[in-house]
Design a protein around this ligand. Sequence first.
Ligand code: FES
Length: 99
Amino acid sequence: MPTVKLMPQGIEVMLSKGSSLTDLEFELYGQESIPFGCKVGACGACVIEVIDGVACLGNKTEEEASFLDMLGYSGDSFRLACQCRVNGIATIRAAARNS
Ligand code: FES
């Protein structure tokens, strides 16, 4: 079953295949998770660093890649969590804020 491990908390959450990472808010209600905002790929609040399993979070669109570049997060390991669809096992953490 698709599983997301959230660091540094070390919390593992099983999600159904194709789920959005925004489901973490429901699954981890009351616990610190990813800081979601718009949930449509427009605000940049939910930038994550994928520590392992980047291929298990779906494809990054050109729009997402361009937006991440603009925010200063270049490279394959950065994603907008709200744009990810889980299809395997991945380890992630909220990205440090670029200033
Ligand atoms: S929540 Fe706004 S870009 Fe992901």
